[in-house]
Design a protein around this ligand. Structure first.
Ligand SMILES: *Cc1c(COP(=O)(O)O)cnc(C)c1O
Length: 462
């Protein structure tokens, strides 16, 4: 399988180069030149365990030899705490797909655990090293750290804004004491961390001399790994409910998670509707509703991992909507970057991809009411992101087909919102244990040069 850029100005890459590089060199995103068709094999795939299914799916996308791939997949999903890896459980007349049984209790582990295994394997093959530099406002940073901790060819430098992540999120990162993990608490905002990261990545000689790399959400391998759980839950639900199609509701920020659902449908999973759920940051919901993609300003909500305006994975969906035409995609992205607005009304309604989607924005009050309802009526505590998806699913589901709502985090990661909704604090033993954990973290000025110096000195001494 080759990977091509959505903007068509870069040479096609093989899987390993696409996975190690992240972005295409022309500024576009990498997409597989074709999607595999699984429609003739669904009955067989429905029988497989999570890891076996992941292996079957990845085999069709990668150039990694089978025996090696098997090892990577087994090690990636052995870290999950549930025997089903990602179980689907009933919630009244809906289903909830629990994606939070990985090391950091959020769905980003589903992909990051495999991505880290892939990095280690590819670096070994090429006898190279990688120094990951990242900035995080919460979930992505801790999933990345837990993925690469202890890997001998990788160091990770993760910046977070001092005092501005939730205490639990900070502890999930700073309690990882492996010698290849470096947490930097920056005296500034998340935007300051982003700016430092972008400045250092833009210095190409520095980036090359110190083998800097990223673990951003546009890496193809993260999207690919997420396709698996749609198939896993979808096939099992279809069988259990004796249904002909399934619908999913997905709380969305960067469009990474729901994009994987779209690809699963393209690969042959019978999906009748994909419900895109946002909080007050509703650029994606408005796009699905109107065909106009228009940037607003970021609002801070009780589902902070979806407080995003410009969705980094949107360009892959746009490319699909424009008939895999790189020239049209390039023009559309150029227009959006110049004006903050993109009008695709001409395509709206007519395109089969858009017909699959429905979208709803869910406000804070409704989110809290949904958490309360699930707790009172069914004894299940939903995290606020998951609750946004459940509420949108209730509003937009088609009659008949089973509805699977994706649960993207364990509620104990977001205690403030849960206490507001139901007056009790949710717990998880892993998070409770962090209260007395030893931590390691370097506090730093909001200054690019301070971070650069720290990186150089650390790498020279390692
Ligand atoms: C990252 C995240 C999301 C949003 O996922 P996208 O792929 O950015 O759409 C939703 N919920 C939680 C808990 C997350 O960490």
């Amino acid at each position: 399988m080759k990977y091509v850029s959505t903007r068509g100005q870069a040479e096609p890459l093989n899987f390993t180069d696409a996975g190690l590089g992240g972005l295409a060199t022309d500024g576009g995103l990498l997409v597989p030149e074709a999607l595999p068709d699984l429609s003739g094999e669904l009955d067989r795939l429905a029988e497989l365990s999570y890891a076996d299914l992941a292996f079957e799916v990845f085999l069709r996308f990668t150039d990694i030899p089978e025996a090696e791939l098997r090892g990577l997949v087994d090690r990636a999903y052995a870290t999950f705490r549930h025997p089903d890896t990602a179980p689907t459980v009933p919630l009244g007349d809906r289903f909830v797909l629990e994606l939070f049984h990985g090391p950091t209790l959020a769905f980003k582990d589903m992909a990051m655990q495999f991505l880290a295994q892939f990095f280690e394997y590819a670096l070994e093959q090429r006898d190279e090293r990688l120094n990951i530099l990242g900035s995080t406002s919460g979930d992505t940073g801790s999933a990345a750290i837990h993925g690469v901790r202890g890997k001998s060819r990788i160091n990770i430098f993760m910046m977070h804004p001092e005092g501005r992540t939730s205490p639990v999120q900070a502890l999930q990162m700073t309690s990882v004491l492996d010698p290849n993990v470096f947490n930097l608490a920056i005296d500034g905002t998340f935007d300051d961390c982003q700016r430092i990261m972008k400045t250092l990545f833009a210095d190409v000689p520095f980036k090359q001399a110190y083998q800097l790399g990223a673990v951003n959400s546009v890496n193809w391998i993260r999207v690919m790994a997420q396709i698996v759980y749609y198939l896993y839950s979808g096939l099992r639900t279809l069988r259990a409910e004796n249904a002909s199609a399934v619908q999913f509701s997905v709380p969305t920020g960067n469009f990474g998670n729901i994009l994987a659902g779209y690809y699963a449908a393209q690969m042959g999973l019978p999906v009748s509707r994909l419900i895109l759920a946002t909080n007050e940051n509703d650029i994606l919901a408005r796009f699905i509703q109107t065909g106009v993609y228009e940037q607003g300003s970021v609002a801070h909500t009780i589902s902070p991992s979806m407080d995003i305006q410009v969705a980094s994975n949107f360009e892959r969906f746009l490319y699909a909507l424009l008939g895999s035409d790189p020239v049209a995609t390039c023009e559309a992205m150029g227009a959006f970057n110049a004006s903050g607005r993109l009008d695709l009304q001409a395509h709206h309604g007519a395109h089969p991809a858009l017909k699959l989607f429905a979208a709803r924005q869910i406000d804070t009050e409704r989110t809290l009411a949904t958490i309360r309802e699930a707790d009172t009526a069914h004894g299940m505590v939903l995290d606020p992101h998951t609750a946004v998806g459940v509420a949108a699913g209730d509003d937009l589901r088609l009659p008949g087909d089973p509805l699977v709502c994706l649960a993207t985090a364990h509620p104990a990661k977001f205690t403030d919102a849960i206490v507001k909704a139901i007056g009790r604090e949710p717990h998880h033993p892993v998070l409770d244990a962090l209260a007395d954990a030893e931590t390691r973290c370097q506090r730093m000025a909001n200054d690019v040069e301070a971070v650069r110096t720290y990186l150089i000195q650390t790498l020279v001494s390692r």
